[in-house]
Design a protein around this ligand. Structure first.
Ligand SMILES: [Zn+2]
Length: 258
């Protein structure tokens, strides 16, 4: 169990460095093939520069060739992916209702896509179509073939959430909810189904609201002037709902006596 846990963390670290390539290149419309290079001096990176986390740490966050500072996003993405993979392994292992291999692969692919969306929106304020739509197709195929959840309920969750977001989109003229968030709502609804979509959206607004308050109090953002991307919180809400949705639904039905 512990060995597999560590193995999944390491696989996540390695995959995380590939996700860094996607985060760097997909929002800018660059090809994802071709060697990695330094953003400043354009030197092609060798294997010594590409070891997850360790290269970054041993180079003290500077390019080996030109000394330009490297973004802390790189090791953060790798560690987040590693931790998510380890968490998913644990989650699928302890969740007996699911067939192991398909659901393990499903959640690993889904969470990788979420990592890319999270950091693309954080860095560039953009949720790339090239990530959202293929993932949506992948989720729909998985749900129809393997999931024991009701397909119609997942479809209704996606459409319901989309309509809810579309109303906010119109009411705020695209400032509260962006076009990317609107597209992501379909992915969120389909991935979570009912009632987990409700939990996910609640957690997204909760974490988004708390972060906005912290940023305003901290003086990093001005009230009414700056916008904070909502995509990262939608991703966070979705992931938290996947992991803790069952627990939260059970606790709240007990609390409200439904
Ligand atoms: Zn360089």
């Amino acid at each position: 169990m512990l060995i597999s846990f560590i193995a999944f963390f390491l696989i996540g670290l390695i995959l995380g460095s590939f996700l860094n390539v996607l985060i760097d290149r997909v929002p800018r419309g660059e090809s994802i093939f071709g060697r990695s290079y330094c953003e400043t001096c354009r030197s092609v990176l060798g294997w010594r520069d590409l070891i997850p986390v360790l290269s970054f740490a041993s180079l003290f966050a500077k390019c080996r060739y030109c000394g330009a500072p490297l973004s802390y996003f790189y090791p953060v993405v790798e560690i987040v992916t590693g931790a998510t993979f380890a968490g998913i392994y644990y989650f699928v292992w302890t969740n007996f209702q699911m067939t192991l291999i398909p659901s393990l692969l499903f959640y690993l692919v889904l969470s990788s896509s979420f990592v890319v969306i999270f950091f693309s929106d954080l860095r560039y304020g953009l949720i790339p179509d090239k990530i959202v739509f293929p993932t949506l197709a992948f989720v729909i195929v998985y749900i129809s073939l393997f999931a024991k959840t009701d397909f119609v309920l997942s479809l209704l969750s996606a459409v319901g959430l989309f309509i809810f977001f579309f109303i906010i989109f119109l009411a705020t003229r695209g400032k509260g909810i962006g076009l990317g968030d609107l597209k992501f709502s379909l992915l969120m609804g389909f991935s979570l189904g009912f009632p987990h979509t409700l939990v996910g959206i609640y957690l997204a607004f909760l974490t988004g609201g708390i972060s906005a308050i912290i940023l305003v109090l901290w003086g990093k953002k001005r009230l009414r002037k700056d916008t904070i991307p909502f995509g990262p919180f939608l991703v966070l809400g979705t992931l938290l709902s996947i992991f803790f949705g069952d627990m939260i639904v059970k606790a709240s039905t007990r609390f409200f006596g439904i």
